[in-house]
Design a protein around this ligand. Structure first.
Ligand SMILES: *Cc1c(COP(=O)(O)O)cnc(C)c1O
Length: 392
């Protein structure tokens, strides 16, 4: 466990210079692409450091700055950048620390488009990735080559919910001079703060818990001033996947309730996981923050909780039965993504028999659930009635 956060300060006050903004309680949206200078010398001075000064909104914007300060503080990082999507943040973090001939060690079954980045995109530039079982520290160490520059983690992973030991991984990375980075979307900074375990960069799809209202797509990278400065001067300014000030204001608003939302999702998840674990039609529940889970010791060491994202393997004879079960659910929307107010279900059987597509390597009787802010009793009742169509 890391040092506690002063959440009420971070979420309600940090970065909000209210005296400068008409004493408005809620920060104004500075919807301006550009900022002017009172003299040539002022421009000359400020442009030397685009990250710290307000020159142009591709680099910096006052509304976005408030959000960056809050995100950095939540992750106990020195600084943060925000991007147009979670995958823009992942891509910027990775691209900033590779060059032609570099090698990456990544854990298996990371987010789908992160996998595409490693497998399909980076080889175009001569960058290779080795995927390893993140539960096996020796396998991580053995995969490192002289040209390796990045250790890429995602803990828990978001389909099978496997963990990596963050302290141990950070030590391996330091010993070999690698930049360690983690996709921390699943736990949110409320339940896991990787930088306090020695990981260099903590990345989020802010689309998920951080915004939490299913109305903004955004990403963030949090890390040391040195690393953030490097990313700013390379991928951030060159590729330009920035957020609009209006979206930054929406995410500032989303953040105000982040601790309440993840707690509600976590409390409900614990009840729903118990329901599934005792249900005769369930073969397996993949949720790391439960004493039955083989990695619970690690979960307990580095996480303070796990909100309501998990997967369940059901007893079923056919994809048709799985579809019938999913279609009977009244309180869960069939959808990708997660982290909003509403409960969702993502059945792996949708990725079997896709027109022209390749079947998912995951079994068709696996379903990922996201537990939103509804009353857990209502969700359990709904799940129970829908499972009546599955065989005994
Ligand atoms: C959704 C997601 C992403 C990508 O984020 P976007 O905001 O959709 O670009 C990355 N990692 C994980 C674990 C995700 O769930």
């Amino acid at each position: 466990m890391s040092t506690p956060l002063d959440l009420s300060y971070i979420l309600n006050h940090l970065g909000e210079d209210r005296d400068k903004y008409f004493q408005a309680v809620s920060p104004p949206v500075i919807q301006s692409s550009n900022f002017y200078f009172k003299s040539v010398n002022a421009l000359r001075h400020d442009i030397a450091d685009e990250l710290s000064n307000r020159i142009y909104t591709r680099g910096n914007n006052p509304t976005t700055e408030i959000l960056r300060k809050k995100l950095a503080a939540l992750e106990q990082a020195e600084d943060a950048l925000v991007f147009a999507s979670g995958i823009a943040a992942v891509a910027a973090a990775v691209l900033a620390f590779v060059k032609q001939g570099a090698h990456i060690v990544s854990v298996k079954s990371v987010y789908s488009w992160t996998t595409h980045l490693f497998v399909d995109y980076l080889p175009r530039f001569g960058v290779e990735t080795t995927f390893v079982d993140g539960k096996d520290l020796q396998a991580i160490e053995d995969a490192i080559r002289p040209e390796t520059t990045i250790l890429y983690l995602e803990s828990p992973t978001t389909m099978l919910f496997e963990l990596q030991d963050l302290d141990a991984c950070a030590q391996i990375a330091k010993r070999h001079g690698l930049v360690s980075m983690i996709d921390n979307s699943c736990c949110s900074p409320i339940y896991q703060r990787p930088i306090s375990h020695g990981i260099d960069l903590s990345i989020h799809s802010a689309t998920k818990f951080i915004n939490g209202h299913s109305d903004v797509v955004m990403g963030t990278i949090c890390g040391s001033k040195r690393h953030i400065h490097h990313i700013f001067n390379t991928e951030f300014m060159n590729i330009g996947g920035i957020v609009s000030p209006h979206d930054a204001a929406l995410v500032i608003r989303g953040l105000r309730t982040l601790p309440l939302r993840v707690k509600q999702s976590f409390d409900s998840a614990l009840q729903i996981v118990e329901f599934f674990k005792h249900h005769p039609k369930v073969l397996q529940v993949n949720y790391a923050y439960h004493p039955d889970h083989p990695q619970y010791v690690i979960a307990n060491k580095q996480m303070d909780g796990q909100p309501g994202l998990f997967s369940v393997l059901f007893k079923a004879d056919s994809i048709q039965q799985m579809e019938a079960f999913i279609h009977r659910l009244k309180r869960f929307l069939i959808a990708v993504s997660w982290g909003g107010h509403e409960s969702l279900v993502m059945p792996v059987c949708a990725f079997h028999g896709m027109p022209g597509g390749q079947d998912s390597p995951l079994p068709w009787n696996l379903v990922r659930f996201y537990i939103g802010l509804e009353e857990p009793e209502v969700l359990i009742e709904d799940l129970d009635q829908a499972m009546s169509v599955l065989p005994d």
